[in-house]
Design a protein. Structure first.
Length: 451
């Protein structure tokens, strides 16, 4: 780490940040209120609002967004005539999945092997702390040289678009000269990275019905149409023999022109088991950042334990489709819906319901803000040059902000390095990355103010 005064300040503040992150991680702020209490998300939102007020933010508010969740907003005035920077993170998290599969409790921040473990530690409660650390370091070293707006979203992981709709209804609220989205990550630990593209996404729920009710498989199996078997046929049709995504009419031949992703490194990052092949064709970066990717997120069907010898009358699944920049998410949704309907066999009744959608994003990395960030990264990561990468995930808000504020520069950084295992068991954050990126963000704000 650099001996820069800002870096020294951030280092001194890191123990406090760990305590605060532990408090924030403890809230079970999954924005699916059928699974987790709404009060947990509200408590996390109130924690952030209290933290912003303690840092001198004005107009701090809990915004009731159209999807029934809350986003936290605050404004920190800077010098007269200064530029305005919007800092984004989200405090909602993915469900912990199988809590018994975690090595330590998912909602209890635990230090192990040089990393801090807990759901949301990297994605994206750590991003909230990154913003706070950067601002505190600047306040301790001459002050914050820009106007700062902070927005912490409450439903990003659900893809229900609450903050997007709210921003469209109140376009003046988040207006800024530059927007820093703190929800991506470095290509690998220790390599400073700005994400320049995001895949969009669409999520559909497909239901298949064939019978008025389940039937005995011995008496009726072989002639009675099995809804689960029909659903399996539909889902299998979404992939070619090599595992490539094949949605009828959807282009799947894009290529990535940028940072390469070596296959061996990807196998290690993804923890692919020995002897198991990767799916798809072309370069790994093509498959991750420039092409669509379908994933079956869940299937409703009888569990193995307690299963009865029955022909199933109904089955359903949730299907996610990631779409690359250049593909309209609404068009991809129509194609996926048509594919599911057309590929359902045996005249089975099929119903398709849309449950989420977001557009892909591509940033202009030739802008002055990117130069300011590159200079900041060079101090925070001595000897390393800032890299540009894509990301296969989606942040639908990016396109909403780009449309609302076409002159704003948008940068994406964050704490979700490959070791973080976001959305999986044993999610973690590197405290060294939290420290470095907080320094980088602080120096970026200073550089940008002076540019």
């Amino acid at each position: 780490m650099s001996s820069h005064p800002v870096a020294e300040t951030v280092s001194s503040l890191l123990p406090r940040a760990k305590e605060e992150l532990a408090e924030l991680v403890a809230f079970k702020s999954v924005a699916d209120f059928a699974q987790f209490p709404r009060e947990e998300s509200e408590a996390a939102a109130n924690w952030i609002a209290t933290a912003l007020r303690a840092e001198g933010f004005e107009d701090v508010a809990l915004l009731d967004t159209p999807d029934g969740t809350q986003s936290v907003y605050g404004y920190l005035p800077g010098p007269q005539g200064a530029r305005t920077v919007l800092l984004y993170a989200h405090y909602d998290v993915q469900p912990p999945l199988d809590e018994a599969g975690w090595d330590t409790p998912p909602f209890e921040l635990t230090e192990r092997d040089g990393r801090w473990y807990g759901r949301g530690a990297a994605d994206c409660k750590g991003g909230v702390l990154m913003h706070l650390l950067a601002l505190r370091a600047l306040k301790a070293n001459g002050g914050v040289p820009v106007h700062v707006k902070v927005i912490a979203e409450g439903s990003e992981e659900q893809g229900t678009g609450g903050l997007e709709r709210y921003a469209e209804q109140h376009p003046e609220l988040l207006a800024a000269d530059t927007i820093v989205i703190g929800d991506t990550g470095n290509f690998r630990t220790g390599l400073p990275t700005v994400t320049t593209t995001l895949r969009g996404m669409t999520m559909l729920r497909v239901s298949v019905d064939t019978l008025a009710g389940n039937l005995h498989s011995g008496q009726f199996g072989g002639a009675a149409p099995d809804a689960l078997a029909a659903l399996i046929r539909v889902l299998d049709s979404l992939r070619a023999e090599d595992g490539s995504t094949t949605v009828d009419g959807l282009d799947a031949d894009g290529t990535w022109d940028g940072l390469a992703y070596e296959e061996g490194q990807f196998r290690r990052d993804a923890r692919v088991l020995d002897g198991v092949e990767l799916i798809g064709s072309g370069a790994v970066a093509d498959r991750l950042w420039a092409r669509p990717a379908v994933t079956v997120l869940g299937i409703d069907c009888p569990p193995v334990v307690g299963a009865t010898p029955s022909v199933q009358a109904s089955a359903r699944a949730t299907v996610s489709l990631r779409v690359p920049p250049g593909t309209d998410a609404a068009d991809a949704t129509k194609l996926l819906r048509a594919h599911l309907e057309a590929r359902t066999p045996w005249g089975a009744r099929v119903a398709v319901e849309q449950v989420g959608q977001g557009q892909a994003f591509r940033a202009d990395h030739t802008s002055p803000a990117y130069r300011a960030m590159a200079d900041a990264m060079a101090v925070a990561y001595p000897g390393q040059e800032m890299s540009y990468a894509g990301q296969g995930g989606s942040i639908p808000l990016c396109n909403t902000l780009a449309a609302l504020y076409p002159d704003a520069e948008i940068l994406l950084i964050g704490l979700s390095d490959p070791e973080a295992q976001i959305h999986a068991l044993n999610e973690s954050v590197s405290p060294e990355e939290l420290e470095r990126l907080s320094v980088a963000e602080a120096l970026f704000l200073r550089n940008y103010a002076a540019s």
